[in-house]
Ligand binder design. Sequence first.
Ligand SMILES: [Zn+2]
Length: 211
Amino acid sequence: MINIKKFTFNPVGVNAYVLWDEVKEAVVIDPACSNRSEEAVLSRFVEEQGLNVVQLLNTHGHFDHLMGNSFAETKWGLKCRIHPGDLPMVSQAKQHAMFFGISMANPAEAVALVPGEEITFGRSVLKFIHVPGHSAGGVAYYSEADHLLVVGDILFEGSVGRTDLPGGNHAQLISGIKEKLMVLADGVRVYPGHGGDTTIGRERRSNPFLQ
Ligand SMILES: [Zn+2]
């Protein structure tokens, strides 16, 4: 069974998630830490739980979600994985951040996820579901067995991702959410890239962007 721990890091308030199971292998999704104290919080948690990090994953290529990539790569000796559609954004992160008045170095190169790939850790499996529209290569990581979905900025509690940035397309985002995410079971717990968590059932019933 997957355990999930959320941290909120960096000036933009990105949710970083650590997922692990009884085998104590872990994946970190959007590490996102932007200074020494946030880095210490994340690495201390992993050490205290006795976890072995086996994959680093990004939900998409916006700079705020990439802010912890370099630290995580150095710390755990792994390349971050990202959908090929957002791979070009990794080398543009510094410029993208500057546009928002935030300074960061470009993260180290990421490695593309392979279509149909399953991400395994311990006894657990994550699939990725590609939902473009917030960015070209946005993905949600889904555990069918544990009914959880780490959704990045595709979907929020009562809202959806902004679509005014390069690669954004509102109609594409809404149709992707409806066709690929709202078909999941009501009880699937949704963990967004910002703000609180929710469920598929709750968003299907009450999210004003999906009615
Ligand atoms: Zn984003």
